[in-house]
Design a protein around this ligand. Structure first.
Ligand SMILES: *Cc1c(COP(=O)(O)O)cnc(C)c1O
Length: 456
């Protein structure tokens, strides 16, 4: 039994190994609906290698145990997070990607895939309205895309050695920005949080005065972060006004569109995020709504030279690229990179523009339907124009709200609904994300009933 595929003959062992594993995966999908989003319990297979390697049969058995203990994103009532089921083409893309084992570090290790990634990034840039100089790079998740954007913004501002330099983001910005601080050697005060309004959007009226205050303390600002789709309620910051501010003050505008950026792909939804076009950089996470298998995130930039001028170190051990281009490993933090563009490309091709549009519109329809079924005399609902919302009982103290949310999450789990329980401002909410294409209106009606009945 050779653990590597034969480079000479059709490897029958690999052939049947893959066929059987794929078949098991198909059955796993098929039974997902009759299970629950989360398993009640599970047995972990042997975690460590034995002295002798085990057979494919044992491996398939072990795999089955892991699958049985896995979260099931395709369950119609799996609504807790931004983790939809994967597109079938995206699954195939991931498998082929592993087989090819190309490396986006350097062109010579991924000739076709390097080109594909560039073309795809450019396509996204054009869809979102970035200009001729634009380009981008794929990253393993939105946290990394956001970090790279901040490093780039600071570098372009010439403030890479200034540990007192700051950036602005709303109170509801993603936790990845707090993490970025630590990685970038900045202190807590470097993240200047701007208050949000009652809709969860960055309150633009604070920006000017906050910048003045920073300047009076002798500090410099290297970026403003606008969020297009906040994590708890899907609010979109006032992109137009923020862009105007940044232009006037000559400050880098990064838009964290990990959730909302994708809505820029369809003419029917792009109005909500049209001012993405004024950004210097944008994070987009196709993994969060379109069903591209994890991970899939892009960092798009209005001027792609900013990526290379920030991250290029030279790659002395690889042949240089034709023309003046840079290797993938010189456009971001990651060196060796999986060809994640493959599953993105094939997933988008499978959907077509109409399929993409349908996913985006349906997600919003489900949110609107669900929102209309919730008794607004009993619940405070917070949501934006996108596909997520959160709710909490009106008139509860924060500790009553906490008890309610815990009890409710468990009641819902018994009914096979999985929602999440974010802490937002001073209280707990239940949050539902409508990115699961398997969810039916019937499910949502039942969910709303369970919630409405939970308080009298
Ligand atoms: C999820 C999310 C991110 C981070 O993306 P990961 O892929 O989880 O690293 C960043 N910003 C927002 C608004 C998000 O919702």
């Amino acid at each position: 039994m050779d653990p590597f595929a034969s480079p000479h003959n059709l490897d029958r062992e690999l052939h049947s190994f893959l066929a059987e594993a794929s078949s098991n995966l198909c059955y796993w999908f098929a039974e997902s609906g009759s299970q629950a989003p989360m398993p009640d319990s599970f047995d972990l297979p042997e975690a460590f290698p034995n002295k002798k390697g085990v057979s494919n049969k044992v491996l398939l058995n072990d795999l089955q145990s892991l699958m049985n203990g896995s979260y099931r994103p395709s369950h119609p009532r799996a609504l807790a997070h931004l983790d939809p089921p994967p597109l079938s083409a995206s699954i195939v893309g991931e498998l082929i990607c592993a087989g090819l084992n190309n490396n986006l570090l350097a062109e010579e290790l991924s000739p076709s895939l390097t080109s594909l990634e560039r073309k795809l990034c450019k396509w996204f840039c054009q869809k979102l309205g970035l200009g001729d100089l634009s380009g981008g790079v794929a990253a393993s998740g939105g946290s990394l895309s956001n970090l790279m954007a901040l490093v780039m913004a600071r570098n372009i501002a010439g403030l890479e050695n200034d540990t007192s330099a700051v950036f602005f983001a709303s109170e509801d910005c993603h936790v990845s920005f707090s993490k970025s601080l630590r990685i970038m050697g900045l202190n807590k005060e470097s993240l200047q949080q701007v208050p949000t309004d009652e809709k969860g959007k960055l309150d633009i009226s604070y920006l000017s005065s906050n910048l003045k205050k920073i300047k009076s303390q002798g500090k410099k600002c290297f970026a403003v972060v606008a969020t297009a789709g906040t994590t708890v309620r899907g609010a979109i910051d006032p992109l137009f006004e923020i862009a105007q501010f940044c232009k006037k003050e000559k400050i880098w505008l990064h838009v964290d569109g990990a959730i909302g950026g994708i809505y820029g792909l369809s003419a029917k939804t792009s109005e909500m995020v049209k001012d993405l076009a004024s950004a210097d950089s944008i994070t987009v996470n196709p993994q969060k709504l379109l069903g591209i298998a994890k991970t899939s995130s892009l960092l798009l930039v209005a001027n792609k030279n900013h990526l290379s001028s920030t991250f290029s170190t030279g790659l002395p051990y690889a042949e240089s690229i034709k023309g003046n281009d840079f290797h993938g490993g010189e456009l971001g933090i990651q060196g060796t990179r999986s060809a994640e563009a493959l599953k993105l490309w094939i997933g988008l091709r499978q959907l077509g523009e109409e399929g993409i549009e349908k996913i985006l519109l349906d997600s919003i329809k489900r949110r609107c339907y669900f929102e209309s079924k919730i008794d607004s005399s009993r619940f405070k609902i917070i949501s934006g124009p996108l596909h997520l919302l959160a709710l909490t009982p009106i008139n509860y103290t924060s500790s009553q709200g906490s008890d309610w949310s815990m009890k409710m999450r468990n009641t819902l789990l018994v009914n096979k609904f999985m929602l999440s329980r974010p802490l937002y401002e001073d209280r707990f909410y239940l949050k539902a994300v409508m990115g699961n294409p398997n969810t039916k209106f019937e499910d949502l009606k039942l969910l709303a009933n369970l919630i409405n009945q939970s308080i009298n």
